[in-house]
Design a protein around this ligand. Structure first.
Ligand code: NAD
Ligand code: IPM
Ligand code: MN
Length: 348
């Protein structure tokens, strides 16, 4: 398997180094050859060269079996242009319409919700990843004046909504799950989200073994906190999915714990921790590498390396149970040392 690695900015570089270490080690232990090719794209590269992603960048990425990304975002690039081209650009250009974000609590002590344990926090969020408010359609009129007008359109297409909602139902069916919840804001967004309502109502009856429920996104946020155990699969649009997966990450112990995949089934897909570049933490060897390492496991699992992925998940669980982790989740290790512990506990 050939993997393109974009470590990116800030703590992205540090957590990616640990994820790479783990991928190499698990490959060695199971006799697999994983070829990892580092691409230099990120804020430094952009500030030096003026290039966010080279003209053939997306085609280059398509040649790989998978893509791994650390994080993108740097205070020296206030308009976030490079992240838009590299991260969002890859999601759009490679049509990675499934943003798969599992919310799984590994140990009760990491959960900020009173009395909740791993049995209560174990669901997945499918975030639509190629349209919605992220498409950048709009503009500003008379910018910088008192007459400024700013317009940013939310794009919802039948094809886009249908394929992500269908994916959520198919995933539930394949995993033997029985509940899918769709969240929108169709009470206020009576055009775009009426389409979500239509599609959900059309698809739900095709899955008789699955209970389909709907919440408005504001109520969903409330129920996630109050009673997370009711959820198995949540499907929602691009922006709402972004927001509720940071909330979900807190249930897992914080942003440092959450993993994700940007997936187009059967095509080159991209894996990354949910968190960003956390500039304040950068270069201090304090970032939690587990989100990145679990994203690497997700990548291996998606590519059919099930045993390798399981070995990583088991080592991560052991690190958490033995408190061999970084300070954000109550440990005393640095980023590198936390990665080392996981590397040293990868057993077939
Ligand atoms: P962030 O996720 O970078 O950090 C928010 C806070 O979460 C941090 O201050 C820290 O307290 C905690 N945190 C995050 N990752 C952690 C880790 N691995 N270990 C321990 N604690 C961790 O979000 P932000 O501060 O809103 O954004 C910073 C930059 O990252 C911005 O430029 C933003 O656009 C970008 N960003 C990029 C991605 C991505 O590349 N996928 C995702 C989110 C944000
Ligand atoms: C994420 C991030 C990105 C998003 C930002 C960096 C544009 O927050 O991957 O969750 O909003 O999708
Ligand atoms: Mn986000």
């Amino acid at each position: 398997m050939r993997v393109a690695v974009i470590a990116g900015d800030g703590i992205g570089k540090e957590v990616t180094a640990e994820a790479i270490k783990v991928i190499a080690a698990v490959g060695e232990r199971f006799g697999q050859r994983f070829e990892l090719e580092q691409l230099p794209w990120g804020a430094d590269y952009y500030l030096q060269s003026g290039v966010t992603i080279p003209p053939n960048g997306y085609d280059l990425l398509r040649e790989f079996d998978a893509i791994f990304i650390g994080a993108l975002g740097d205070p020296r690039v206030p308009d976030n242009r490079h992240a838009r081209d590299i991260l969002l650009g890859t999601r759009f250009e490679l049509d990675l319409y499934v943003n798969y974000r599992p919310v799984k609590l590994l140990d009760e002590r990491l959960c900020p919700l009173k009395g909740r344990g791993p049995a209560d926090v174990n669901f997945v969020v499918f975030r639509e990843n190629t349209e919605g408010l992220y498409v950048g359609v709009g503009g500003r009129f008379k910018p910088g004046t008192d007459d400024e007008v700013a317009i940013q359109e939310e794009l919802n297409t039948f094809k886009g909504v249908h394929r992500i909602v269908k994916h959520a139902f198919e995933f539930a069916g394949a995993k033997g799950l029985t509940k899918v919840c769709m969240a929108d804001k169709s009470n206020a967004m009576t055009q775009g989200h009426a389409l979500w309502q239509r599609v959900f109502k059309e698809l739900a009856p095709k899955y008789p073994g699955i209970t389909a429920t709907h919440y408005y996104i504001d109520a969903l946020a409330m129920y996630m906190v109050l009673d997370p155990g009711q959820f198995q699969v949540i499907v929602t649009n691009n922006l709402f999915g972004d927001i509720i997966t940071d909330l979900g990450a807190t249930f897992q112990g914080g942003l440092g714990m959450a993993a994700s995949g940007n997936i187009h089934p059967g095509k080159t897909s991209m894996f990354e921790p949910v968190h960003g570049s956390a500039p304040k933490f950068a270069g201090k060897n304090i970032a939690n590498p587990i989100g990145a390492i679990s994203s690497a496991a997700l990548m291996l699992e998606t590519k059919g390396f099930t045993r390798e992925a399981e070995a990583i998940d088991k080592a991560v669980l052991k690190a958490v149970r033995e408190h061999q982790v970084t300070a954000d989740i109550g440990g005393q290790l640095g980023t590198r040392e936390a990665g080392d512990y996981i590397v040293n506990h990868l057993h077939p």
